[in-house]
Design a protein around this ligand. Structure first.
Ligand code: FES
Length: 370
């Protein structure tokens, strides 16, 4: 059978991509660099090459967590509750990037032009410590456009269960304050009362927002997330869409409780901070020979380290953001060989394809265009 199409013509082997002029500011050139430098000197918001947000306010949430209220430039495109924001700082001459969930609401951005990220200081975390100790009102922070798929648009139900641990509350807090009218149970796990982020705001919402139920579980007192907790505080969990956010260990335990309860996998939406490597991969520990083809460097992998870590060990400085598979900043081209997704254990290869270096663990001989 022959299928005819009308309205377009093409000659086999002669298809050309339409001409796309490169906008002036995206061209690499002395003129662009120099003009941008001059504009930045007048005001960082005028830069066309970088997006600079002014720090408007810094709020201490707990002993190790602060909220930074930022005013992005006009060309920042806004966000949906649950998305994350890439940020970068120069630390000892090296640009260090991370992504943080936005903890404010889209409505706050529409009304006041400000957004907020809430950052928990991590032991040994370069950027989180620099933000925590150094960033002050009046200073500037490099940001990117917000991104992410962990949003309420995923859910069609009116009944939701939010499960959070530690700083995993931040995107859920944004979702919670961004909408009203849904029946939401939030179960929030923290080690102690002093570590509860947004404690006052959550209590206030529980008093004033119809349909919102707050359950704070202190692991020192109540233990980690377990089946009896959900049976007691959210007996209709199987009728709800579930949004989960927290560190890897919490996500694993929460998912196993939801499995036992019978909450369908396609009714769960997850966001995890930090890379939680699937133990089946580390147990197997398959060795690797990695060749970075652009630089000619070679390293050995032990089946436990990601390509991003191996590249850094080799002295390369590849681009990255979240280091946990969320932002795609670390995307690079695998030319050949097999890699495993550190989170799911899914194998990718041996063909050439784009991969996220921060979650790819190489196995055998792998060639990467870095
Ligand atoms: S650094 Fe964000 S996905 Fe790899």
């Amino acid at each position: 059978m022959t299928t005819l199409t009308t309205g377009t013509t093409s000659r086999p082997g002669r298809d050309f991509a339409p001409f796309q002029p490169v906008p002036f500011w995206q061209r690499q050139g002395y003129l662009q660099t120099h003009l941008d430098f001059l504009l930045r000197e007048i005001s960082p918001t005028l830069s066309r090459r970088e997006m600079m947000a002014r720090v408007v306010e810094v709020i201490s949430e707990t002993a190790d967590t602060k909220t930074f209220v930022l005013r992005p430039p006009r060309r920042w495109q806004g966000f949906q509750a649950g998305m994350h924001l890439p940020v970068a700082l120069e630390l000892n001459g090296v640009r260090t990037r991370r992504t943080y969930s936005l903890s404010s609401t889209p409505d706050q951005f529409r009304r006041h032009g400000t957004v907020a990220i809430t950052v928990k200081r991590q032991p040994g975390g370069k950027l989180s410590n620099a933000l925590f100790y150094k960033l002050q009102p009046g200073q500037w922070l490099r940001i990117g456009q917000a991104a992410g798929e962990f949003t309420l648009a995923k859910s069609s139900r009116d009944k939701l269960l939010f499960l959070a641990a530690g700083s995993g509350i931040t995107p859920l807090f944004s979702m919670l304050t961004a909408q009203s009218g849904k029946d939401i149970v939030l179960m929030y796990y923290c080690r102690s009362p002093e570590e509860v982020i947004f404690a006052l705001q959550l209590e206030q919402l529980a008093r004033t927002q119809p349909g919102f139920t707050l359950v704070i579980q202190l692991s020192g007192q109540h233990g980690r997330i377990a089946l009896p907790h959900l049976k007691r505080y959210c007996p209709d969990a199987t009728e709800r869409d579930v949004f989960l956010c927290g560190p890897g260990g919490f996500m694993t335990s929460a998912n196993s409780v939801l499995d036992t309860l019978g909450v369908a996998a396609d009714r769960r939406f997850c966001e995890s901070f930090g890379l939680h490597i699937n133990p089946t991969i580390t147990d197997a520990g398959v060795a690797a020979d990695v060749v970075f083809t652009r630089t000619g460097l070679q390293v050995k992998g032990d089946g436990r380290h990601t390509l991003l870590e191996l590249a850094e060990q080799a002295g390369l400085t590849p681009k990255y953001g979240c280091r946990s598979g969320l932002c795609h900043e670390c995307t690079c081209r695998k030319l050949s060989g097999v890699v495993v997704d550190a989170r799911s254990g899914k194998t990718l290869g041996p063909d050439a394809t784009e991969i996220q270096a921060c979650i790819a663990i190489p196995q055998g001989r792998v060639e990467i265009a870095l």
